[in-house]
Design a protein around this ligand. Sequence first.
Ligand code: AHM
Ligand code: MG
Length: 357
Amino acid sequence: MNSADSAPLELSYDFALDRDCKTLSRHVLEHLQSFGPEAQDMSALMTRIGLAGKLIARRLSKAGLVAGALGFTGEINVQGEAVKQMDFYANEVFIATFKQSGLVCRLASEEMEKPYYIPENCPIGRYTLLYDPIDGSSNVDVNLNVGSIFSIRQQVGNDPDQTGEDLLQNGHQQVAAGYILYGPSTVLVYSIGRGVHVFILDPSLGEFILAIENLKIPQHGPVYSVNEGNFWQWEEALRDFTRYVHRHEGYTARYSGALVGDLHRILFQGGVFIYPGTIKNPNGKLRLLYESAPLAYLVEQAGGRASTGQRPLLDVVPDHIHARTPLIIGSPEDVALMESFIEDRTRQAEEEFALKP
Ligand code: AHM
Ligand code: MG
């Protein structure tokens, strides 16, 4: 190419940087408007979460080609569930990633009975990472989307028995939360209490790049996401809700078997995700500390709501670290609609009780 054919230097740089490639670490620092120690900590923590996400995405992208990605390990976890190979792998990835961080003294996940301590980090590491390493792991074997959910809390107290007693606090204590969605692209969505931000992994750069800043959930949306196969086990209020959406125009059912994917859709399109208590599991299936509370924190930051049906989800204090809660989460108007059926049924029950001789 001769010099007449080539673009001026300035122009070719513009072309190369066709968007502002804002990385996670830079975004956190800019967002906190600080380069102080707390901001540096948060930036480093988010970078580590991104690294864990990249390692998990890499393994998932080869599922079926490499050993240790599909199927079960043969173990049963503390939740009484069969452990999948990817559950095990992803749990180990988070541990290995945060061992080197210096910042996290303790990790707790639904795959481990007790918190995992990293004693060498504890003198300086004031943070606890709570996480669901692979959410919706039954989807892995059929090549559908899965996610990882994370939450960061500041450690309070000494936890002498290393059981995580001090983690038995409400969800307002979280300082950051989010998820990584492994779908057609790998997406990281996070909040540090200042809005919700969406990053997409650019595989050619190996970096999460900012895609959407300050995502807001629609006030109302068409999606309702609930496992209707459990209808026979539900309370009447949820049956009322389901009959309502069946009989009114404007609703559409979506349920992928992976909460992260279903909630991601709702964040963009609006609607509600419900995992209620059932006859078999009166508190539902989802774990408060690793699933419901982090997502509730995130959705509230996006202008949505999360409830157990009885109280705001973020107000719930668990009685043990693996506690479960019913979850109603999504657009404010759709969460309120579900709550209105609960209130109606509660009122009816109270009236019937008052009329009893
Ligand atoms: P997991 O984290 O053990 O995979 O379980 C959580 C998942 C959620 O992602 C999903 O919404 C739910 O379990 C599906 O459960 P069900 O098959 O009972 O509808
Ligand atoms: Mg899960």
